[in-house]
Design a protein. Sequence first.
Length: 382
Amino acid sequence: MTIKTIPFIKGDGVGPEVTAASQAILNAAIEKAYHGQKKLDWLEVPAGQKAFETLGSYMPDETLEAFRKYGIGIKGPLTTPVGGGIRSLNVYLRQSLDLYVCLRPVRWFKGVVSPVTHPENVDMVIFRENTEDIYAGIEWENGSPEAKKFYDFLHNEMGVSKVRFPETSSFGVKPVSREGSERLVRAACRYALDHGRKTVTLVHKGNIMKFTEGGFKKWGYELAQREFGEEIAAGKLVINDLICDAFLQNALLKPQDYSVIATLNLNGDYISDMLAAQVGGVGIAPGANINYQSGNAIFEATHGTAPDIAGKDIVNPCSHLLSGVMMLEHLGWNEAADLVYQALETSFARGCATTDLARLMPDGKAMGTREFTDYIVSIIKG
């Protein structure tokens, strides 16, 4: 028997509900596919509000160590501390483990109502750089001694005269490196080749930010030509680029033209949610944070903690569930992953879903979280 230990964070708000639902469905799919020859050993690790209240830390060292030890994990949504502490638990986790790729596949499930006419044309995988850009968190508040010192340096040492209102300006620094850009684009190109996706599009704002976003574009092209030149020459891989605002328009008008997207952190944040909206929303949008060099990977629900609906048995668990399916694929357990995909397709085609999706479906049948979980399990079991 193959047993894989999976550290997991339940998360805050609706986190425990989506975690329980996902584990039940994934366990059923694994049992059906492998008849007891493979199994996940779920290891809960603390993080978030509950961890702070019981252990005095939002992200205890033991949690990071478990993810390092086992090289894989999954998490529910986490509350970001207000008024101090870690800027963002999600960002802290990604940076601490150097999970430099935020991987966001976006696809449509038949039966899910979309605001666009042809959601079936949306089939993209987003490689969002995860550790640099403005998410590095380098900024100073207006009126602070640090902001004044930074402005004085810009003005007096660097000759910068374009700050219109220096006395009331806050300042931020946007680091974008060659190394960070190259490893992101390398991962995107390898993924495209491994999964039969011919095109990688570099999305950037290099027309304005010429040395950061423009650098990303330049370094991306150079890396692709240097390391994948043979595949490009043979027509197996196409590298192109697009200004971010133009991409946001084109992704609505002709999404079929795009397959793998490689982009910086902030652009990727916007793009991921915009594309998710085209296929039904973040409720069915999975995500993962991966270091393709170390092999470490953490899969996660892409939505927030939604405290207003926590404990009401109405949350949609599909974002967390589909992230778990990505985890199965990462392990190479594709047979179990396919069973979950097929069960969701069957359920949605019948109009059976949680309220957020079912209310938009013709003759949709709204189910509570537990009822929907049991229904998907029953489809898998046959």
